[in-house]
Design a protein around this ligand. Structure first.
Ligand SMILES: [Zn+2]
Length: 493
């Protein structure tokens, strides 16, 4: 047994071989993200890039493997949390390989790139190496590192201690903001996330970062070449973010915006990620139950499925969300439904003014699963977005927001990231639910991928290595310490 363990350990440490073979996709319908309608063409893929796209005139004869199918750019989910589970309480049902399972689920559903919006950066750095060695089963990862906030501010007000240690940073002052941004960039982050929220979900006041610290944070991020994205759900959060110049809002607001704010967002073309289903899933679950149960069970662990089962039993007899779902008590389902109505109206008004939208789910969390981004697409459709708008949000627009110019469109020289579909997604979005094949970095894959035992062992090693590095980092740099001190000071009050 011990010997076997060391054998597994040994093989885990070897880098996985990765050679993308050149191949062609003959006579497929290409929606390249740039032209509005698909056209018939053959694609030549060399290594990890697209070499040529040759337009065809004669119709496909359906002899070639993918002939007559539809090819679109690899999808991008610009708001995920790879270390989360589909349970409602943070950390519930977590295993060391949760991130790897999220990544395979996202990849299988056509998302070849994902942006994590707040988690332990040293660990995500290790996971990213694995993701890049396994383009046939994992999405590409970019990440923000810890969420920047102030002591007792969101998400510091509810996050469990373990997650706060590495997943959120309470900044003390402008000087501290600069150091933390520098440190986050050193950890491999490609963007910075800030949280701007002046009240909790239950409506209790919480401290929000002041304008000076926010301005310094944005300035420091830009100085390091990183865009800064904001979590904001309220008018106050949105106002501060627009005024100080954040580069995107990764949620749409749950309070009805003033006409001035709608105009500013539209004229400045500040990217907005709607994230509708993440807020709706906790109260809309019973409605969805029958259609969704089997699909849901195929994704989550028994422990999480059990939590959901209990919740469904309690749903009709409780007014507030039960305490095993939410860290904060007293959050009512009625208030959550009102939030949805306000969010819907905001999105309709913003859409009417041609605001700039990007696709992201904030999954997994509370019955919203990493591999089920299609759910969010359906919500966007209900609000009035067209199939083309939704596809653009998840391709070209997301690549623009995340500053990934080689992704999000199909053209010679672009990364060979593609989704191969059984029908035209511009006419029927449901073809996205079950892609025929997914190509990332020129590596094609079909069907279900599972995390192997080797990879599970590897995940445990990632945690051990990340913990050792993080302790070393803290001893040598002490950047995060000031934030921790500030938190301890407020806790002592
Ligand atoms: Zn989030």
């Amino acid at each position: 047994m011990v010997i076997r363990f060391f054998f597994i350990l040994f093989f885990c440490l070897l880098p996985a071989p990765f050679f993308a073979a050149d191949f062609n996709l003959s006579k497929v319908f290409v929606w390249d993200g740039i032209t509005s309608q698909p056209y018939l063409a053959s694609l030549h893929i060399q290594g990890d890039s697209i070499k040529k796209i040759v337009k065809e005139t004669s119709s496909p004869v359906s002899k070639g493997k993918f002939e007559g199918m539809y090819v679109i750019p690899g999808l991008i989910n610009a708001h995920v949390h790879l270390l989360n589970t589909a349970a409602c309480r943070a950390g519930y049902g977590f295993t060391p390989w949760t991130a790897l399972e999220n990544l395979t689920a996202l990849h299988q559903s056509g998302f070849t790139t994902v942006a994590d919006m707040g988690a332990w950066p040293v660990l995500l750095g290790k996971i990213r190496v694995w993701a890049d060695q396994n383009p046939q089963k994992s999405s590409r990862v970019v990440f923000a590192g810890p969420v920047m906030t102030i002591a007792k501010g969101y998400p510091d007000n509810w996050m469990p201690a373990v997650s706060r240690m590495v997943g959120a940073i309470a900044l003390v002052d402008a000087q501290n903001a600069k150091q933390v941004v520098h440190q986050t960039k050193q950890s491999g982050a490609s963007h910075i996330k800030v949280a701007l929220q002046e009240k909790s979900f239950g409506g209790n006041p919480i401290p929000m970062m002041d304008e000076e610290t926010l301005f310094t944070l944005i300035d420091a991020a830009h100085g390091e070449g990183l865009p800064l994205f904001s979590h904001a759900l309220t008018i106050q959060g949105y106002e501060a973010g627009i005024k100080m110049g954040v580069d995107a809002f990764i949620h749409s607001p749950l309070e009805e915006l003033t006409p001035q704010l709608i105009d500013q967002l539209a004229t400045k073309q500040i990217p907005i990620i709607p994230t509708v289903w993440i807020w709706k899933s906790p109260w809309a679950v019973p409605e969805e139950e029958k259609a969704h149960l089997r699909f849901y069970q195929s994704f989550v662990t028994n422990k999480i499925a059990k939590q959901r089962e209990n919740y469904l039993k309690d749903y009709f007899t409780t007014e507030d969300f039960p305490s095993y779902l939410m860290e904060e008590t007293g959050v009512s389902k009625i208030a959550a439904k009102k939030n949805y109505e306000a969010q819907k109206r905001n999105l309709e008004r913003l859409r009417g003014k041609n605001a700039f939208f990007v696709f992201g789910t904030d999954a997994p969390y509370c019955f919203d699963m990493a591999g089920d981004s299609y759910k969010e697409m359906l919500e966007l459709k209900k609000i009035g977005f067209t199939n083309e708008q939704i596809l653009l949000m998840a391709t070209l627009h997301a690549a623009f927001m995340l500053k990934l110019p080689l992704l999000g469109s199909l053209a010679p020289g672009q990364k060979a990231d593609m989704v191969i579909l059984n029908g035209n997604p511009l006419e029927d979005l449901s073809v996205l639910r079950d892609p025929v094949a997914v190509v990332r970095d020129g590596e094609i894959s079909y069907g279900k991928n599972k995390i192997t035992w080797n990879e599970k062992v590897k995940s445990i090693l990632f945690f051990a290595q990340a913990a050792i590095e993080t302790i070393g980092e803290r001893l040598s740099v002490k950047v995060f310490e000031k934030g921790l001190d500030a938190r301890r000071a407020t806790e002592a009050d």
